[in-house]
Ligand binder design. Structure first.
Ligand code: NAP
Length: 245
């Protein structure tokens, strides 16, 4: 019998990330729940363990280089490889307002987690992903990050129109660009890199105003995390399939 696949989900102590870990775990995948707070990670992992899932907490603040390196080392020592990385940790940051009122610091706050954190974690985990027979990277994006969907300035045109979310929105656009760049770099390795758009999902991030459940929000990431050898790379997808960049 082949060994179970090994996954890491960042920001998995709650919200969509926790549910992604649960859905991967239910498929027999060994899941590591990245959490910046060790206590919250332990509680979350214990909940999945009680459901019969092979779940382990892993302290991981994606903005802390030392913590990221420690997490990669711990996974390497335990499994020697990583099959699935879901870069799920994300924040909206404290600034809400038009771009003309934002400071570089407002953008930097959000980018530290949503962009630089993804780069740092992905690069730390790549040596382990390269040892997988079927490495998969899923970046949790958002349709608000799609320029194709948001660039039509006509007020009546469909798409996201709220420029007051410029810090978060632009961070997801940058994340989309990273996704494409990694997919291209890793094309020959078989490691597939895709962006998942969960849809507006009720979590702490939006004061639970989202119209979807976390169960629904997790579906696309789980699908992209478990793609077969013929699955796509370098795509942005929601529940229904590819969405425009
Ligand atoms: P959430 O409930 O607020 O959960 C966010 C998770 O990220 C939490 O576990 C949080 O940990 C963690 N996190 C934040 N900063 C971190 C850091 N520096 N290091 C490690 N973990 C960190 O949000 P969510 O709605 O589940 O969002 C998950 C992902 O989906 C995000 O990337 C988000 O942008 C994306 N997304 C969400 C929606 C939606 O409608 N909810 C829509 C589109 C995309 P703490 O508990 O310690 O804060």
């Amino acid at each position: 019998m082949s060994e179970p696949a090994v996954a890491l989900v960042t920001g998995a102590n709650k919200g969509i990330g926790f549910e992604i870990a649960r859905q991967l775990g239910r498929r027999g995948i060994v899941v590591h729940l990245g959490a910046r707070d060790a206590g919250r990670g332990r509680v979350a992992a214990a909940q999945l363990t009680a459901e019969g899932i092979a779940a382990y907490p892993l302290r991981l603040d994606v903005t802390d280089a030392e913590c990221v390196a420690d997490a990669a080392r711990a996974l390497g020592e335990r499994h020697g490889r990583l099959d699935i990385l879901v870069n799920n940790a994300g924040i909206t940051g404290g600034f809400f307002g038009p771009p003309s009122a934002a400071t570089p610091g407002d953008l930097r706050e959000v980018y530290e987690t949503n962009v630089f954190g993804v780069l740092a974690v992905t690069n730390a985990m790549l040596p382990l992903l390269r040892r997988s027979p079927a490495g998969r990277v899923v970046n949790m994006s958002s349709t608000v990050g799609s320029l194709a969907l948001t660039a039509d300035l006509d007020a009546g045109a469909p798409g996201f129109k709220d420029y007051n979310l410029v810090t978060y929105q632009s961070s997801k656009t940058a994340l989309n660009a990273l996704t494409v760049a990694y997919a291209r770099e890793l094309l020959a390795t078989g490691i597939k890199v895709n962006a998942a758009n969960p849809g507006f999902t009720a979590t702490d991030m939006n004061g639970h105003r989202g119209h979807q459940s976390v169960e629904q929000g997790a579906v696309v990431a789980v699908r992209l995390a478990t793609l077969g050898p013929d699955g796509p790379t370098g795509t942005s997808q929601d529940d229904a399939g590819p969405v425009p960049w």
